[in-house]
Design a protein around this ligand. Structure first.
Ligand code: CTP
Length: 398
């Protein structure tokens, strides 16, 4: 979604300015045209040459730099921008933007643009927590600026606290979310489940499965990028939570079921990408089970099916992880669980299913339509599934 977008990246004078180089690089790699505006102070921290090399485009450092492509008509960048991002944003630029000042190129651009503006504050904790900075940020938020971060952690002052620039991946997520906010899922509440549930055996051990959560997280990100309000109900996984999604962390299948049911009255579409346990130990031991010579038998009991039992008129999408008779088994599941769509994948293929970044799936609908997709990244698969969800939601409204 970033390809062919024009992004103005304002870099101001804080130690986190070096991280803006990574942001500029990632935006450029994603296909965006990135025009960097540096304040006079920012140039003390990072050379404009760095941004010039990373973006392949001129870098604006002076308001009246006649060599710069943009200097003559100083609002041209403001007009061209699909989004303006200020990262890092110091207390000083935040104050200037809140006051509507126009004494440098970045302030002029922000003042002149009609594009959305994303601000990523980074500063020393006391400066951030100072009431005047908080008031300025509130003022910007009330004018529809999107503020991402700051994060907590190690600061250049040698202390720990709030004030670190948000992770570059989170700033990217914020930009994507802003760009997609009028997308085809705007106003819809999409609930996605992800990861493999964990069913406790004792305080140390659990029964789980090999789900990495990647498919569910890709779905949550893609739905967010198309304007949806996203709730991600996730079992434990090693992935960063998508910015802007409501994240509900659960452990067991029963906790996941409760979370799905809690959201059901507000759900427009439920996409169950989670690998939910079908069985759990009948009783989890209160103490760690000690090893002994005798074989150990665990008695398992069945877990109610979430998708098959959740009540509500929303669109229901399931996944079918199959190792044989993929289409037949998936079609049976679609019927048994009363689904609108089921996404079938053959988990025996080495480049599909658990843990991989790619997936080869077949989308089956309740009218018998069978759409076999080629091998795609999980993000591409997510987009294709959401194309179908968007169509189903639109059909319900018409
Ligand atoms: N599912 C669920 N609740 C469960 C088990 C599965 O909601 N207790 C959902 C999964 O999230 C998935 C779909 O049902 O979207 C199919 O899951 P899958 O594991 O492929 O199939 P099962 O129905 O569990 O059947 P089986 O394990 O026998 O293949």
């Amino acid at each position: 979604m970033l390809s062919n977008k024009t992004i103005v990246l304002g870099v101001t004078g804080g130690i986190a300015a070096y991280k803006a180089a990574e942001l500029a690089s990632q935006l450029t790699q994603a296909g965006a045209a990135v025009s960097v505006i540096m304040t006079r102070e920012a140039v003390q921290f990072v050379s404009p040459v760095t941004f010039r090399a990373l973006t392949g485009r001129p870098v604006v450092t002076e308001m009246f730099d006649l060599a710069s492509e943009f200097s003559i008509e100083h609002v041209s960048l403001a007009r061209a921008a699909d989004v303006v991002v200020v990262a890092p944003a110091t207390a000083n630029i935040i104050a200037k933007l809140a006051a509507g000042m126009a004494d440098d190129m970045l302030c002029c651009t922000v003042l002149a643009t009609k594009a959305p503006v994303v601000i990523a504050p980074a500063m020393e904790t006391n400066m951030y927590e100072n009431q005047v900075t908080q008031d300025n940020l509130s003022e910007l938020k009330s004018r529809d600026f999107v503020v991402i971060g700051p994060a907590a952690g190690w600061l250049a002052s040698g202390r720990e606290g709030l004030g670190r620039l948000a992770d570059v991946s989170d700033i990217l997520g914020s930009i994507r979310r802003v760009l997609g906010r009028d997308g085809d899922l705007a106003g819809k509440h999409i609930v996605v489940t992800a990861g493999g549930t964990r069913e406790p055996v004792d305080p140390v051990r659990y029964i789980s499965n090999r789900s990495s959560g990647k498919m569910g997280y890709a779905l949550a990100e893609a739905a967010r990028d198309r304007g949806a309000k996203v709730s991600l109900i996730t079992a434990p996984v090693c992935l960063n939570a998508p910015v802007g999604a409501e994240v509900i962390r659960v452990g067991t299948a029963l906790e996941m079921r409760q979370a799905v049911e809690n959201l059901a009255p507000r759900t427009d579409a439920l996409v169950m990408a989670a690998a939910v346990a079908d069985y759990r130990p009948r009783s989890a031991a209160g103490q760690k089970i000690k090893k002994g010579d005798a074989p150990l038998t665990l008695e398992l009991e069945g877990i109610p099916d979430i998708l098959g039992t959740v009540k509500g008129e929303f669109v229901k999408v399931g996944f079918a992880a199959e190792s044989s008779n993929v289409i037949e088994n998936a079609t049976d599941k679609l019927k048994q669980k009363g689904l609108d769509l089921i996404v079938a994948n053959d988990i025996t293929a080495s480049d599909s299913g658990f843990g991989t970044d790619t997936n080869q799936v077949t989308i089956i609908d309740k009218d018998g339509g069978v759409d076999s997709l080629p091998l795609l990244t999980k993000h591409e698969v997510a987009e294709r599934i959401l194309d179908r969800v968007a169509q189903l939601l639109a059909a319900r409204e018409s």
